[in-house]
Structures are given as structure tokens and as C-alpha cells.
Write a new protein. Structure first.
Length: 216
């Protein structure tokens, strides 16, 4: 079952019904804690929402920015059909290495690829070679979100999904008194998507907020 100690009662109820974690996911969590990684992985409820959206949209190729230890990548891979692929990017080789090791024994290991490098460089390279993706999921440093989104827009196929975690940033995006760099970057990214006629978008109030935008 999902770990529910840090959830409110409503979210714990939803997690228990719809977002239970199997042995692989529980092992990932336990290893992240043992390795001293920050507890910033997706809540299981958000991961399940992400998984369902990708499945409903028929996504086959997904690009993820922010690997940590492969927790969200595993949820994503399980939403994809046979032959599908999720490429997860992180600048820290210890994290991509850990993710490879922790997901190698899963039933979807053939759908997972972990790349080490600067996300902006890899995104730019994908755009330059004319690559296209069914979905891009952003869950990395917040300060670069507007730049990530600008490139992701060009990478998405028509009907493709742009998905961004922490869209509500614990409510701070709605508090005019909060003006730190990360919060301001998230606000700028949200305005960027909201004003872009190339997207249909909203924020799902699951976890810390999940921006969902469909490329027209």
C-alpha cells in the first residue's frame, strides 16, 4: 500500500483506493530514504493521475526532466504500451545510475532510458534534430521552467501533453507576498502557458498541483 503518513486524510483515502504502491515502488522509496535523497518524489496520487492522463492520451514516447531515483519514470513507463519509451534526464550521474539499478528488475525496464546531462542542452539537441514527443513531464529545478516550457512546446506533437508538477508550490504562487526566484519562475511559466493559444490547459489540484496542457 502507499505510504500515507505525510498525506491528509482525503489524499490518503484516494491513495489507498487508486494509487497503491507495489514492491518495486516501495523499494524505490525505501532506497531513496536510505541514500539520503530529498523526499521530493511525486506523491502516489499525483503519479497515478499522471499515469492515467498519459494512458488516455495514447502516449508512446515521454520525455521526463528530473529523475531523482526513477520513481515517477516507473509510473510513467507502466502507462505506456508495448514498445513505448520514457527518457528521463538528470544532471546527477549518481541519480541516473541509481534509477537504472532500481528499475532494472521491473517488468517495464525495456521502456526506460536514463540520460545524464544538463536538461537544457538535451532539450535543445532534441529540438535541433526535429524530434517529437507525445508528452513532456517537468519535475526539476523551478527557476528554469519558463525556458523548459518554451522548448517543450516545439517538441510536442499535436495533441501531446505538457505536464508540470508543483504548479501550486504549496499555495505560494497565489500569495502575492511570496517573491522568491522559484515562485516567480513558476508564476511566469503558468502565465506563459495560460496565454499561449497553442495550448489548452488547467491545473489539477492533486498533490502540489499538476499543470496539464494539451498541444493544439
Amino acid at each position: 500500500m502507499s505510504r500515507t503518513s505525510e498525506m491528509g486524510p482525503a489524499e490518503a483515502f484516494v491513495a489507498g483506493l487508486f494509487a497503491s504502491e507495489d514492491a518495486h515502488l516501495l523499494r524505490l522509496r525505501a532506497t531513496m530514504e536510505a541514500e539520503g535523497l530529498p523526499a521530493i518524489q511525486l506523491p502516489a496520487t499525483t503519479a497515478r493521475a499522471l499515469q492515467l492522463l498519459l494512458s488516455l492520451a495514447g502516449c508512446r514516447r515521454v520525455l521526463e526532466i528530473g529523475t531523482l531515483a526513477g520513481y515517477s519514470a516507473l509510473w510513467i513507463a507502466r502507462a505506456l504500451p508495448d514498445g513505448g519509451q520514457v527518457v528521463s534526464i538528470d544532471r546527477d550521474p549518481s541519480r541516473t545510475g541509481l534509477a537504472r539499478r532500481l528499475t532494472a528488475s521491473t517488468e517495464v525496464s525495456d521502456r526506460l532510458e536514463f540520460r545524464t546531462g544538463e536538461a537544457m542542452d538535451i532539450l535543445e539537441a532534441e529540438r535541433e534534430k526535429g524530434a517529437h514527443w507525445d508528452a513532456v513531464f517537468l519535475d526539476a529545478d523551478k527557476e528554469d521552467l519558463p525556458r523548459y516550457v518554451a522548448i517543450a512546446r516545439d517538441l510536442l506533437l499535436a495533441g501531446g501533453l505538457l505536464l508540470v508538477d508543483n504548479a501550486l508550490w504549496k499555495g505560494q504562487v497565489a500569495d502575492p507576498g511570496v517573491e522568491d526566484q522559484a515562485t516567480e519562475a513558476i508564476r511566469e511559466m503558468l502565465r506563459q502557458v495560460a496565454s499561449d493559444s497553442g495550448f489548452d490547459a488547467t491545473i489539477l489540484t492533486v498533490g502540489d498541483g499538476l499543470l496539464v496542457a494539451r498541444r493544439r
